[in-house]
Ligand binder design. Structure first.
Ligand code: PLP
Length: 401
């Protein structure tokens, strides 16, 4: 059996390993080889693969009630809406459960347009929000969206503490087209665009500019949310209260579950009259999974341990970058970290990245690159051990091109 021997739509080039099962931070392939999965699948299995307690929760949830009609409500959904409200803190959130990140972003866009009566959206030039028609229009490279979505404006991602250019760009858009803008949709940490960590002060300025023009601020916390940065949501560390927050990936712990949070009062202030239907909205199955996740993270103090392990991982990346001829610019926030590959004279990093990936995989480490292979990103599961972080660093340190 090889990965070419399939009847799948070839939407992406597949790696050569054919996986059969996962356990904790590891996955196993058909040859029985064991790999450290440093990115929790696609940043989703935050409690590790096949976490026994999650498996038990799924068994119980599926032998109870997994799904209801759109107009019915279940006790599991009522319970999780209260829990999400509690962990949202000062945002005092109202929520809806959905399935994927793109679906959640589409929902937010749909309601931002409805609530403001405006069409326009502002995004980062290098943001990523999914690949449906609406989300692709605000995703890096969205200019390829067909049909073209009107009224999309973008601002540069700030680099370090230099955010004046981005703020100026936003001010210009607001001065010229502010009355047409429904929402500013931003990732608090720009992941696909190259692991860029804008400062809290930038988001605070964006928030007050939005407020001054009645523009909604939407945080896409698909990657940063549900504890990854060491808080329930990254906005809580930036001291900003967004109008909407998108949470996917980690919140499903490997299952296709997402949520959108609205700031308390948002619906009442704006007369919400539009209805929404999606077959799996507010499924009790999704609710049980999220409730379990919140309990598990609290019981095991994973917010504080993510902070601590994030610092440990970052320190190790810093040590590595001091001695490595190819890895540079270690950076991170909680369990979301990045590292650049830099080789003098190289501008196209795709082939180099493929070599790095292959050499790491030969040593049983699965990594992921972004931004044309120039950047490595690390979003491990929250339960990864310090020894496994060390293993990753050792493997990267041994890579010779
Ligand atoms: C920030 C962000 N938003 C939205 C999405 C889209 O999520 P999904 O692939 O589940 O549709 C992603 C996926 O990587 C993401 O990183």
């Amino acid at each position: 059996m090889n990965t070419m021997d399939n009847y799948l739509i070839p939407v992406i080039p597949f790696h050569e390993q054919i996986l059969t099962r996962g356990e904790g931070s590891f996955v196993y392939d058909t040859k029985g080889d064991k790999y450290l999965d440093l990115n929790s699948g696609q940043f989703c299995t935050v409690l590790g693969h096949s976490n026994p307690e999650l498996v038990e929760c799924v068994k119980n949830a599926s032998s109870g009630l997994v799904h209801t009609s759109s107009g019915m409500i279940s006790d599991a959904v009522l319970k999780v809406s209260k829990q999400l409200n509690e962990i949202s803190g000062r945002m005092d959130a109202r929520s809806i459960l959905l399935s994927t990140g793109a679906e959640a972003v589409e929902f937010a866009i749909r309601y931002a347009k409805h609530l403001t009566g405006r069409e326009g959206l502002v995004c980062f030039e290098k943001g990523y929000h999914g690949l449906t028609l609406g989300t692709q229009s605000i995703t890096f490279g969205g200019r390829y969206t067909a049909p073209h979505v009107e009224q999309i404006f973008s601002i540069p991602v700030p680099s370090g503490n230099d955010y004046d250019t981005s703020i100026l760009a936003l001010k210009n858009i607001i001065d010229n087209d502010g009355d047409a803008i429904a929402a500013v949709v931003l990732e608090p940490i720009v992941s696909v665009g190259g692991m860029i960590f804008p400062e809290a002060a930038f988001f605070q300025e964006v928030s007050s500019l939005c407020k001054s023009k009645g523009i909604l601020l939407v945080f896409d916390e698909s990657q940063t949310g549900f504890g990854r940065t060491g808080s329930w949501f990254c906005y809580q560390e930036y001291d900003v209260i967004p109008d909407m927050v998108i949470c996917s990936k980690g919140i499903g712990m490997g299952y296709p579950v997402s949520a959108v949070l609205f700031r308390g009062g948002l619906c009442e202030e704006n007369h919400m009259t539009m209805t929404h239907y999606s077959s799996h909205q507010n499924d009790p199955f999704a609710a049980s999974i999220i409730s379990f996740g919140i309990d598990y993270i609290e019981r095991n103090h994973l917010l504080s341990s993510n902070k601590e392990k994030g610092i440990y991982f970052l320190d190790k990346l810093k040590e590595l970058s001091k001695i490595s001829p190819i890895f540079t610019r270690p950076r991170g926030h909680g369990m979301m970290l990045g590292l650049d590959i830099e080789i003098p004279g190289v501008t196209n990093y795709r082939t180099i990245y493929q070599k790095v990936y292959d050499l790491a995989a030969q040593k049983r480490l699965l990594i992921q690159g972004t931004d044309g292979g120039r950047v490595l990103r690390f979003l491990p599961d929250y339960l990864i051990s310090h020894e496994n972080i060390d293993f990753c660093i050792n493997v990267l340190g041994e890579i010779k091109l």
